[in-house]
Write a protein that binds this ligand. Structure first.
Ligand SMILES: [Mg+2]
Length: 321
């Protein structure tokens, strides 16, 4: 099958129809109507087989995840996603891989109303690059750099589940069948917190999505804030029921340093916490948990209660993940 037939067959059919797509797939470029007074938010992410996903991962989940990780960045900006491009490198035009891959991508695109407007396909080691363009009122965009001392450190959902899903697949941690499925699903089928990001406009002072682990990503907020530190109370980390079944064995490393959770980490002024919780509920978003506070008497991240040994990223344990 040639490239054009392939695109028509799997990607041009059944794309999300949007009025702002003047010219979509099939021309040299997409023509998109500018979204009124909003500013554009552009994100991109590449997934490489063997690096970001196992070659054996279900193709449908790779199509889903390639889009989801980009939607997560859009969510972290408080933006609304609108359009996507997809660049696909494959060893061969293998229809038994392409069809489920396209379905995974398409289903999530429909769920978020994102139109696929272009892309490219080439032969080579399997690599998926997705770009998503969204929009946000310019002054409402959530940035990494806005946190202030006194703000609360909040996270959405639960932490560490994707890392435990990977540990399950690799056989380093065993779970009962129900938890095995739940955790592997968290790894392969991440949910971007788009409605939560939009709900946090005008409330959160900073935001980031947790793709590389809480310590790393909260670290980015702290760095971007100038002279800023964060105190995290590890007893407050939101852990799932399945995580708790192995907490004694794996410790807190998956929650602190495990990647691929795609929850949001937010700085919320203490006086706005009720507003944040209310807005999250109204948006039908996952719950927010306060795990600490930003301070200005040191830089970096301090874990409390002090003196307790933690599996922090510079200690043994987390490297399993
Ligand atoms: Mg990000």
């Amino acid at each position: 099958m040639d490239e054009f037939a392939l695109i028509r067959r799997y990607f041009a059919a059944d794309v999300v129809r949007r009025d702002d797509v003047v010219t979509g797939i099939g021309d040299d470029g997409a023509v998109l109507a500018a979204p009124g007074p909003d500013a554009l938010v552009v994100v991109a992410d590449t997934l490489v087989a063997g690096v970001h996903f196992p070659e054996t991962a279900p193709p449908e989940s790779i199509g889903h995840k390639a889009l989801a990780v980009n939607l997560s960045d859009i969510a972290a900006m408080g933006a609304e996603p609108a359009w996507a491009t997809l660049c696909l490198t494959m060893p061969a035009a293998d229809e038994s891989w392409l069809e489920p891959f396209a379905a995974g991508f398409r289903n999530l695109a429909h769920h978020h109303g994102v139109a696929l407007v272009g892309g490219d396909s080439t032969r080579g080691p399997r690599t998926v690059t997705v770009q998503v363009i969204g929009h946000v009122p310019p002054s409402a965009a959530l940035r990494r750099g806005g946190a202030r001392a006194g703000d609360l450190v909040c996270v959405s959902g639960t932490l560490g589940d994707a890392a435990l899903g990977l540990a399950s697949i690799q056989g380093s941690t065993r779970f009962d069948e129900s938890c095995r499925q739940t955790l592997e699903r968290r790894l392969h089928w991440p949910e971007a917190r788009v409605s939560l990001g939009i709900a946090m406009r005008g409330i959160a002072s900073a935001a980031i999505d947790i793709s590389d682990g809480l310590m790393a990503d909260l670290g980015h907020i702290v760095e971007a804030g100038g002279h800023l530190g964060a105190v995290v109370d590890v007893d407050e980390l939101p852990l799932s029921h399945c995580y708790r079944t192995v907490l004694e064995r794996v410790g807190l490393a998956p929650a602190l340093a495990g990647g691929d959770d795609y929850e949001l980490c937010l700085a919320v002024p203490a006086a706005r916490l009720d507003d944040a919780r209310h807005a999250a509920r109204e948006a039908g978003a996952v719950a927010l948990t306060v795990i600490g506070r930003f301070v200005d008497d040191f830089r970096g991240i301090r874990l409390e209660p002090a003196g307790r040994p933690f599996d922090t990223p510079d200690q043994r344990g987390w490297r399993h993940f």
